[in-house]
Write a protein that binds this ligand. Structure first.
Ligand SMILES: Cc1cc2nc3c(=O)[nH]c(=O)nc-3n(C[C@H](O)[C@H](O)[C@H](O)COP(=O)(O)OP(=O)(O)OC[C@H]3O[C@@H](n4cnc5c(N)ncnc54)[C@H](O)[C@@H]3O)c2cc1C
Length: 405
């Protein structure tokens, strides 16, 4: 089999690239190792597909080369991307900055891609895994388990190992072996924060709204408000995921469990409850398991409660009230790492952005393009990873099609 443009990986970025390449008039083929294209896309946004975000500030983009990542994203606006969706027949809507398909279903997006791919006559081989890319004097040879494909250009859009189940082997970066392209090993991002602190043994299963910050040597690096899921091995939930980009050795989280009450208000409330035990007061504010955890931690962490059993503790002095407030509003949790790649939504690492030009072509290997998560980029939750997939897919596909013709 021959092609002008061969796309390796039929996910969000690969399908986008294939469509844009075919629109230039090039003869395009996609090889996808799974039995169906867009399987990960179908799971995005809890099946709703959060596909863009109106807040494009750089704090949402993470890469070892943040400047280049911003430049690459700035190449297309949200309007450019929404126009691309309109051509596919997908109407989108924005709610508080988050964009979803109007249907609220990722299926709508995946179906639209598949229909367009069919309409454009793109050759799709599913159940076909690429094993190696070889550079020829003119073009490339892509070796798969059961065939060899010659192509004038290749777009590698094999994603990352994030979210793959334990039995699936990720082979994307290995395709580049021998091509001398600089890559960084993948590591988890957008996943739960791990902690071995004792509090995790008690709070497991609690969901609560909180303000969570990540700090390194006393400096707060980022704060997020939202729902936390307190787990037996640490802290999960979107707000915690957003902090996962900043985890490093020796860092900790500070959780404000009463972020919408200032210290003065809490002081007045705690003082008004002085006839109750500390545990009773906390049970009136938080879910039972969290109240018990906080009660124990208030007593263990503050010298003013020394020798007092947690279930007997009372807020009968100003010092004790202040100590309780500081534990509730600045609850420190030591972070030891992140959950693995299989449980993360995206991965850090991949092909270094400096290896690519403004059209996502690998500078030292003309005719070879890369798009999507295989590039060294990981966005925040909120549509940023698909924003990257569409932007780099459109760029790579259009340029590869033109290059081949
Ligand atoms: C649970 C979950 C929810 C998410 N929700 C959102 C969200 O709401 N918004 C958002 O912006 N992002 C979200 N993401 C992230 C987003 O899904 C990815 O960033 C995006 O899908 C990356 O697109 P891609 O094309 O680079 O990779 P993928 O979509 O992973 O596609 C890569 C494709 O390549 C194929 N492939 C790999 N190796 C080979 C090979 N050797 N030969 C042939 N084929 C190969 C794979 O089977 C796969 O189909 C979510 C991720 C997860 C896991």
């Amino acid at each position: 089999m021959n092609a002008d443009v061969l796309v390796i990986g039929g996910g969000a970025s690969g399908m986008t690239a294939a469509i844009k390449a075919a629109e230039t008039g090039a003869d395009v083929a996609i090889i996808e190792k799974k039995e169906q294209m867009g399987k990960k896309l179908l799971t995005t946004g809890n099946g709703r597909c959060n596909l863009l975000n109106s807040d494009r500030s750089p704090k949402h983009f993470h890469s070892s080369d943040p400047k280049k990542a911003c430049e690459m994203l700035d190449a297309l606006s949200n309007k450019d991307i929404l126009d691309h969706f309109a051509v596919l027949g997908v109407l989108c809507r924005e709610t508080e900055g988050y964009y979803y398909p109007y249907s609220n279903q990722a299926l709508t997006v995946n179906q639209a891609f598949n229909k367009k791919i069919k309409e454009l006559g793109i050759n799709v081989l599913t159940g076909c895994e690429a094993i190696k890319i070889e550079k020829k004097a003119k073009g490339f040879k892509v070796i798969c388990a059961d065939r060899v494909i010659d192509s004038k250009t290749v777009i590698i859009s094999a994603g990352s190992p994030a979210g793959l189940n334990i039995k699936e082997k990720y082979t994307g970066l290995g395709l580049l072996d021998g091509l001398n392209i600089k890559t960084m090993a993948f590591s988890p991002a957008l996943t739960a924060l791990l902690s071995g602190d004792k509090c995790t043994q008690y709070w497991s299963g609690v969901r609560c709204e909180a303000l969570i910050s990540i700090a390194d040597r006393g400096e707060v690096l980022r704060s997020e408000k939202g729902e936390l899921m307190l787990a037996p091995d640490g802290i999960s939930g979107i707000a915690a995921y957003q902090l996962s980009h900043y985890v490093k050795d020796g860092c900790c989280c500070l959780i404000d469990f009463a972020f919408d009450r200032d210290e003065k208000e809490l002081f007045a409330f705690f003082r008004s409850q002085s006839s109750r035990t500390l545990q009773d007061i906390l049970e009136g504010m938080f879910a039972l398991k969290l109240a018990k955890t906080l009660c124990m931690e208030v007593c263990f962490r503050n010298a003013v409660f020394k020798g007092i059993k947690p279930y007997e503790a009372r807020l009968d002095t100003d010092e004790k009230i202040k100590a309780a407030i500081s534990t509730v509003k600045e609850f420190k949790v030591n972070i030891t790492g992140l959950r693995g790649l299989g449980e993360s939504q995206v991965a850090k690492g991949g092909i270094l952005l400096d290896e690519t030009d403004e059209n996502c072509m690998i500078k030292k290997c003309p005719g070879l393009f890369a798009c999507g998560e295989i590039l060294d980029f990981a966005g925040d939750c909120g549509g940023y990873n698909l924003m990257w997939a569409w932007t780099t897919g459109i760029k790579a596909g259009t340029a590869a099609g033109r290059y081949a013709l």
